[in-house]
Design a protein around this ligand. Sequence first.
Ligand code: ATP
Ligand code: MG
Length: 320
Amino acid sequence: MTRRLTGFQPTGNLHLGNLIGAMRPLVAAQDRPSIAMIADLHSLTMEHDPARVRDNTLTVATVLLAAGVDPGRTAIIAQSQIPEHTELHYLLECATGYGEAARMIQFKEKSQGNTSVRLSLLTYPVLMAADILVHDTGQVPVGDDQSQHLELARTIATRFNARYGKTFTVPEGIRPESASRIMDLADPSRKMSKSSPSAAGRIGLLDPPETIRKVIARAVTDTAGVVRHDRDNQPGVTNLLEILRACSDREPGEFTSYGALKREVTEAVEAVLTPVRARYAELSEDPSHVRKILAEGKAWVQPRAAETVRRAREAIGLLN
Ligand code: ATP
Ligand code: MG
C-alpha cells in the first residue's frame, strides 16, 4: 500500500485546524503505512529562536501522541534526525532550476519586504521534495498553500528519473476535503495558522477552556442574522458550522441565533480537546518517552531512506 507523509512545522501554537485537517486524517488512516514528520529544518528558514525550536519539536511530537497517533503504526520522526533528508536535498538541488525555486508563490510572499531573506527559504521546496522522495512516499495530503510545492516535487522526481534512470516514486497530492480547512475566527478569509501574529482567531489545542470560550464568543460573524452554510456570503458562520460538524461528527441542527451556535461550538470543541489536553499532561510528565518515540521512528524509516539515497547517488554518478 502506498505510503503517506504528513508534515508539521514546529512553529508552536498547534491549533484546531492542525487537529482536524492533519492529525485526525492521520489517525483515521493508520491502517496504511504513514509517516508524521516534524519539519524542524523547515522552521529554520525564517527568523527563529533556537531554544524554542527544540521545545516545539518535542511539543508537536507529544501533541501527535495525545491526539491518538499510534507510534506502533505511524512513524513519528524529526526531520533533522534523519540526515538522508539533507543529503538527498543537495542531490535534488542539482536537478532543480534557480528559476523554478524563485517562482514559488510562498517564497515570493515570505521574502517580500524582508531584508534578510535566508537562502534556505528559497531552497525550502527542494528540501520538501527530498522529505517526500526519500521515504518513497506515494501520497501527500496537501492544502492550497502546499500544492505548488508538491507540483515541484513531482517535476523534480520525474526529471531525475528521466535523466538518470528510475530512482524515485513520483508522489501524488491528495486534497483534504474543503470542510477540513479551518479558518481564522477573527478573520475567516484566512486559514487558522500557527504563525499568524495574532492569537485572536486561533483555537490552540493546549489553550485553557476559558481562553477558547472567549475566542469563540468573539468570533467574527455578519449582519445577516441567520445561521446558514454559505461560504461566500457568511464565511464566519460557515466556519463555525464546519468546526461544529468536525467536532461533533454529525450535521449541525438549526440555530435561532449566533449566540446559540457559538455555545454549541464551544461545547463540541471542549469535548474534543479535553481528552487531548489530559493525555498531553500525562505524556509531559516523562519527556524521555517522547524522545524515545522519535528515536524509534528514526530507526524504523532510516533503512529505506538510506536505500533511496544510495540509489540516487548511484544514478547521479557518485561513488557508493
Ligand atoms: P504555519 O503558519 O507555521 O505554516 P500551519 O498552521 O500552517 O503553521 P503547518 O505546520 O504548516 O501548520 O501544517 C501542519 C498540518 O496542518 C498540514 O498538514 C496542514 O495542511 C494542516 N493545516 C494547517 N492549517 C490548517 C487549517 N487551518 N485547517 C486545516 N488544516 C490545516
Ligand atoms: Mg503552514
